[in-house]
Write a protein that binds this ligand. Structure first.
Ligand code: ZN
Ligand code: ZN
Length: 629
């Protein structure tokens, strides 16, 4: 919870005096949540260009999104003198909201806009161009629009500026092209928050019996475009009206008697709501969960059995090959998806598998995988504390892991050469070992005395000592073997020298895989979704060597990474590799990233036995010590 006292001084109170509206006749029109949100997003962007602290600009963006998606009409609530409780909105932003709601204007916003041309906001959206650079380009070259930026990059005029090279110009040109073609997509944790809000708001509408999210979110794709929801209601048209009138809806894109597509306020995605009659959810869920490819297979199978399949249900096919109509047409509907699959002669297929990547064949052969799930995990092999680049102390991280019911958490702060992440010197490693030993003595004593938290695993909980070992650009590992041998578990990864040749990058990765003290390769491809490509590796060599040595390949659960990707993980397992599903948490709340690691693993057909951290603590330690002398 952010309190006013945590905020920088000028977020705590409105800076500068308010401009009173001087035309002062009548009440200004009521601003929608969407318009309010846009004002605060603008402020966040403009403060970035000014070079304000990231913390402060993020606070504005977070508040803007919460305002945009709020279930109440925010401006009206302020005018009525009952400001709603909105997450992320503290005193300072609340004061600004009050000014906007009552006068229709915000002096602070107008003063910021006067400082910069508004088109600078477009330039800020170019990936890799930080606000500081945008300001530099603007003040030294007078560049204020995307077109001017493209021209300057193409004619080589940027490379003279501090920190800018020919390579940067190339990246800027690619970035501009990307902006122009790419639609805005959500990462999983962003989608989760919006899904929860929409389910709550639609579920509260009069006449709605239940709401179910469907679409690519239900299949847990890596990124999500539109969000699809199904709602069960007796009078669909009434519910469509009430949905379209929600304060969180910024625009209605289209609507019919039983459906509507809208845009949410803030920088929200498109939301598609489909109403369905009670008791017929089975085929609706199938249809709106997808994928398209999976549904094509299901419809073909229905046709082979004499039925036409649509979202509404199954209709018998007549002798002319068309679905029967009129009295002869008895629509078969099903309450649940499992019943609808059964009608097709298939077992239930988990949403994460529905991509037509062999799941229909496996279902027919009785070979569907028993997919790993969150409560199969007994611990987590990759996390950070404030000793390196995490936000929370070791004890807070350990307590949070213990209260998740895990039997172990491996603390893997960065190794010495990763200076930007405050990597640990060998001396600090020894100090950390003592801190961990002290905590574990307390955990053991509490377990013996029966005073451990009730959530504690039946195995008890121990914090294990590991490190995230840097594979240096020169190909060497960051700690000597003697030091590596003292850790419970070592996670190795590569953050620097990413642009080397395939041969060099592969050799570096293989060096780590072959070291007997290295147990896990973390985020093996090094990608960041939407912003950084995979490392150029000889993947077959990586899989083969990992399988031969028993070195585990990580499925990193950070929603920005999800690394290994699905196809790579499936391939690795086919050739005999083990994987781990890790959070890479840098703060206690990020232990939730395990959920995304699990959904990614499920999409890759991963079963519990090939996941190292489904094992008990004793079995885990036995596995990682098998090679040690
Ligand atoms: Zn890392
Ligand atoms: Zn890490």
């Amino acid at each position: 919870m952010t309190t006013a006292d945590d905020l920088p001084a000028d977020l705590r109170a409105d800076d500068g005096s308010d401009d009173e509206g001087d035309d002062g006749v009548g009440e200004p029109a009521l601003l929608t949540n969407g318009v309010l949100a846009q004002v605060f997003h603008d402020i966040g962007d403009l403060l970035e260009v000014k070079g304000e602290l990231v913390f402060k600009t993020v606070a504005y963006h977070r508040a803007a999104d919460a305002i945009g998606r709020s279930p109440v009409e925010v401006a009206r609530a302020y005018r009525d003198g009952h400001p709603p409780d909105i997450p992320g909105v503290g005193r300072a932003i609340s004061d600004k909201l009050a000014e906007l709601a009552t006068t229709g204007r915000l002096g602070y916003h107008e003063r910021l806009l006067a400082e910069f041309p508004p088109t600078l906001l477009d330039i800020l959206r170019v990936p890799g161009l930080g606000p500081r650079t945008v300001r530099q380009i603007y003040t030294t070259l007078g560049i204020a629009t995307l077109d001017e930026l493209r021209d300057a990059a193409a004619s080589g005029r940027l490379r003279g500026l501090r920190g800018l090279s020919a390579r940067t110009e190339q990246l800027i040109l690619e970035g501009i092209a990307g902006i122009e073609t790419r639609e805005r997509r959500l990462l999983l944790h962003q989608a989760r928050d919006i899904v929860a809000e929409v389910v709550a708001q639609v579920g509260a509408l009069e006449g709605v019996r239940r709401v179910v999210p469907a679409g690519s979110w239900r299949r847990r794709r890596e990124t999500i475009g539109d969000l699809d929801f199904l709602a069960e209601a007796d009078v669909p048209a009434d519910v469509v009206d009430r949905f379209a009138a929600l304060p969180s809806v910024a625009a209605v894109i289209n609507r019919g008697p039983a459906k509507a597509a809208v845009e949410l306020g803030g920088r929200g995605p498109q939301i598609d709501l489909m109403l369905m009659p009670s008791g017929a959810a089975g085929t609706y869920l199938m249809h709106f969960t997808g994928s398209k490819e999976h549904n094509v297979r299901l419809r073909a199978r229905a046709r082979d059995r004499g039925w036409s399949l649509s979202e509404k249900g199954f209709l018998p096919i007549g002798e002319d090959g068309q679905p029967l109509a009129g009295d002869a047409a008895e629509l078969r509907t099903f309450e649940s998806e499992a019943q609808a699959y059964e009608f097709l002669g298939l077992p239930y297929i988990e949403p994460e598998l529905r991509e037509d990547r062999g799941e229909i064949e496996a279902a027919l052969a009785g070979r569907l995988p028993r997919l790993v799930q969150l409560d199969d995990l007994r611990g987590d092999l990759h996390s950070h504390s404030d000793w390196s680049d995490g936000s929370h102390p070791i004890e807070a991280m350990a307590e949070a892991a213990r209260r998740r019911g895990h039997a172990y958490q491996v603390l893997t702060d960065h190794s010495i050469s990763l200076a930007i992440a405050r990597g640990l010197s060998p001396e600090r490693v020894e100090e950390q070992r003592a801190v961990i030993a002290g905590l574990n003595r307390r955990f053991a004593a509490e377990e013996d005395a029966g005073t451990a938290p009730p959530e504690t695993s039946p195995e008890g909980f121990r914090l294990l000592h590991g490190c995230e070992l840097e594979i240096r650009a020169d190909g060497r590992l960051d700690y000597e073997d003697e030091l590596l041998a003292t850790f419970d578990l070592v996670v190795a990864s590569l953050h620097v020298g990413r642009r080397q040749t395939r041969a060099e990058l592969t050799a570096r990765t293989l060096t780590a895989i072959r070291n007997p003290h290295v147990d896990v390769i973390a985020h093996p491809s090094g990608r960041m979704i939407g912003t950084r490509d995979d490392l150029d590796l000889d993947w077959d060599a990586v899989y083969a060597e990992a399988a031969r040595t028993g070195t585990v390949l990580e499925m990193n659960g950070s929603p920005h990474r999800l690394d290994l990707a699905v196809e790579r993980a499936r391939h690795a397992i086919e050739v005999g590799c083990l994987v781990s599903i890790d959070s890479d948490a840098h703060r206690t709340a990020e232990f939730d990233h395990l959920e995304w690691g699990v959904s990614q693993a499920r999409r890759a057909w991963v079963e519990p036995p090939v996941v190292l951290n489904t094992r008990s603590r004793a079995d885990l330690l036995a596995y990682v010590r098998r090679q040690d002398p």
